[in-house]
Design a protein around this ligand. Structure first.
Ligand SMILES: C[S@@+](CC[C@H](N)C(=O)[O-])C[C@H]1O[C@@H](n2cnc3c(N)ncnc32)[C@H](O)[C@@H]1O
Length: 270
């Protein structure tokens, strides 16, 4: 009986390398309060099926869906369990992923332990994140491949490369998108849809949720407009504040924007 065992003890039984990486202790913090719920869990990358067996024991009431680009012999890997489903296909194959979504609907937890290549990690995030339930978790394992050019990473340009780690680092700006004081701001795909991003050693967690609380600092991405409204409604003198915030401050913002754009252009940062 493994029902009352914690995740690390179950991982020890199946000898999944999630234990050696130190992932199970982190997972336990996220999953211990939801382990009895009826969830839909998708794991990309099956290999010997060790992690599927671990999740199957841990999340007794859930459905564990595993996908792998290679054929998995479910008899040989002892994956013939009622709460385990196995499918063959690539994590970045849009047709295959859409078929999976049509069959199962949304997921509560998605774990990417597949190819760990930049192109696959980012593409499957784009394909699958829209099909994660609110409050659901998208986890990417082995993000250390971002620092390895053989996996599409870049160990020589940690700050500006288009590695998958940088993709997730930049995603953190979506948490605070309401405060971006750029009056020309164009809304982005994941604005208002992420409530938390946590980075651990080689591991990233993205929590989906509604994040549309209006900013207290800026109004429609304009600090000037917020200040004008606030001051003129509180103190009157709207002509004076109009010139201060809607003319002078706006001109300053515009010049600052042009300067930043020129700098990016000169440094070839697009
Ligand atoms: C690290 S192993 C998975 C280990 C397993 N999750 C565990 O913890 O026991 C990675 C697996 O991803 C699979 N894989 C590689 N590229 C893939 C892709 N594009 N789509 C889906 N699976 C892929 C490999 O065939 C391999 O079985």
């Amino acid at each position: 009986m493994t029902a009352t065992k914690n995740l690390t003890s179950i991982a020890e039984i199946y000898k999944t390398d999630k234990l050696d990486h130190g992932y199970t202790a982190v997972y336990e913090k996220y999953f211990q309060n939801i382990r009895d719920q009826k969830l839909q869990i998708l794991e990309i990358g099956i290999a010997d099926g060790k992690s599927l067996l671990m999740w199957s024991d841990y999340f007794k009431n859930s459905t564990i869906i595993g996908i792998d680009i290679h054929k998995i012999d479910i008899q040989e890997k002892k994956l013939e369990r009622s709460n385990i489903k196995v499918h063959r296909g690539s994590q970045s194959d849009e047709k295959f992923i859409n078929k999976l979504i049509n069959q199962y609907g949304n997921f509560d937890i998605i774990i990417d332990d597949g190819s760990h290549l930049k192109k696959d990690v980012i593409k499957s995030f784009h394909l699958l994140f829209p099909h994660l339930n609110n409050d659901g978790l998208y986890v990417v394992e082995d993000i250390q491949t971002s620092y390895n050019h053989f996996f599409g990473g870049n160990p020589f340009d940690l700050k500006y490369s288009d590695s998958h780690m940088n993709f997730f680092k930049h995603l953190t700006d979506r948490l605070n998108y309401q405060e971006i004081a750029n009056p020309f701001y164009i809304s982005r795909m994941y604005d208002a849809k992420i409530t938390n991003i946590s980075f651990y050693h080689n591991l990233v967690f993205v929590r989906k949720g509604v994040n549309d609380k209006l900013s207290k600092e800026v109004l429609n991405h304009s600090y000037e407009d917020m200040k004008f409204n606030e001051k003129s409604s509180r103190l009157g003198k709207s002509t004076r504040y109009y010139f201060k915030y809607k003319v002078f401050y706006k001109i300053y913002t515009f010049f600052f924007m042009i300067l930043s754009m020129l700098k990016r252009l000169l440094l070839l940062r697009f």
